[in-house]
Design a protein around this ligand. Structure first.
Ligand code: UDP
Length: 340
């Protein structure tokens, strides 16, 4: 397969390419900002700080970084920012099932409207765009590993937890439509359980939650029986993959899983974190009905990406093992005053 480089960002690189990251003050967005600054880009972050935080960007060289506190659904603001950049990474969203369950109206509309506003501006100015999606779109499919061409299996609309997957699936349909009908150079990436420094457990993410619990001597709260399996990716691997996909023209109009395919059960994960922190915390099992505010919460039993496509396209290979990821998160927590 011939590798071709996208003309706009690459050719303007010497004149300093400019990247817009919506949601750039969030966990993944801030790592992407750091990576692009290291690569010599000027970076503009658009974030409303609803879940993102300025503290995620504080350590970065402010000279090449612009932070705009604003709403991704603000059409004229987004239009201005898109016009001034070469490439757009659209990560701004109401992220995670928990936020959709707790705040469905705002979350669903932010996800759909924000993406439509970004796509519309990018199409008008013909900018390269990466649209962040999620492994949630596969829903409760039992056909693992999840392949980009698989059917999406969502539950009933009365169960609001599927609203997150549905909103991101609409984002994907919109993106594919803009590529086809307006010639927009866009690529979709589906992030799988991405972990690393600066991720907080505030929105339910399991690794920072368990690490915090272990370091504070609290019980590690395993939901259900703990046999559910996940494959955790380090954010550095994910960012590398996304950046390489961006630089290639043959990824336009394509959907890629990005993550790690090394699986672990949540109970094994709890045990690993207890061991690696040296904690003597108990591991307790919490029924789903107690862990969630909605009745009949349906968890995904096994979630693992098929990485065949991204391997074939860019030779992607995640470098971080689950143990190394856990150790990195532990080190990050320990570096904070509350945990040292
Ligand atoms: N989980 C858990 N205890 C927690 C938080 C999460 O057992 O305190 C479980 C959760 O039910 C799920 C898995 O860990 O089965 C991964 O959860 P996370 O929210 O990190 O990601 P996702 O559910 O989106 O895969």
């Amino acid at each position: 397969m011939a590798v071709r480089t996208i003309e706009v960002p690459a050719s303007r690189k010497q004149a300093t390419a400019r990247a817009l990251i919506t949601g750039g003050a969030g966990f993944i967005g801030s790592h992407l900002a750091e990576h692009l600054l290291d690569e010599g880009y000027d970076v503009c972050v658009l974030d409303d700080l609803s879940t993102g935080s300025m503290s995620n960007l504080e350590h970065l060289d402010a000279q090449d970084l612009t932070m705009i506190n604003g709403d991704v659904a603000d059409r004229s603001l987004v239009s201005d920012l898109v016009r001034q950049c070469d490439v757009v990474f659209h990560l701004a969203a109401s992220v995670g099932v928990r936020r959709i369950v707790d705040n469905p109206i705002e979350s669903i509309s932010v996800n759909i409207t924000g993406t439509e506003v970004v796509l519309d501006a990018a199409a008008r100015f013909r900018r390269r765009v990466i649209i962040a999606s999620t492994s949630e779109v596969y829903g409760k499919s039992t056909k693992v590993p999840f392949n980009e061409d698989d059917d999406l299996v969502l539950g009933p609309t009365k169960n609001i937890r599927w609203g997150y997957a549905a909103s991101k699936a609409i984002d994907e349909y919109l993106t594919i439509s803009y590529v086809r009908d307006r010639g927009l150079p866009a690529t979709i990436v589906r992030f799988f359980n991405t972990v690393g420094p600066r991720q907080t457990g505030r929105y339910g993410m399991v690794i920072p939650t368990f690490v915090r619990q272990a370091l504070q001597g609290e019980p590690l709260t395993v939901h259900g029986d703990g046999t559910q399996q996940r494959a955790f990716a380090h954010v550095a691997d994910v960012i590398n993959g996304v950046h390489q996909l961006t630089a290639r023209e043959d990824t336009i109009g394509e959907v890629f899983n990005v993550g790690n395919d090394s699986e672990i059960s949540i109970l094994e994960l709890a045990e690993m974190i207890r061991t690696r922190t040296g904690s003597d915390s108990d591991i307790v099992k919490i029924p789903y009905d107690e862990a969630w505010t909605i009745q009949g919460f349906e968890d995904i039993k096994r979630r693992v990406p098929d990485l065949g496509k991204i391997r074939r396209w860019i030779g992607y290979e995640p470098a971080w093992s689950t143990e190394a990821i856990v150790d990195d998160v532990i080190a990050h927590f320990r570096a904070q005053p509350d945990f040292s």
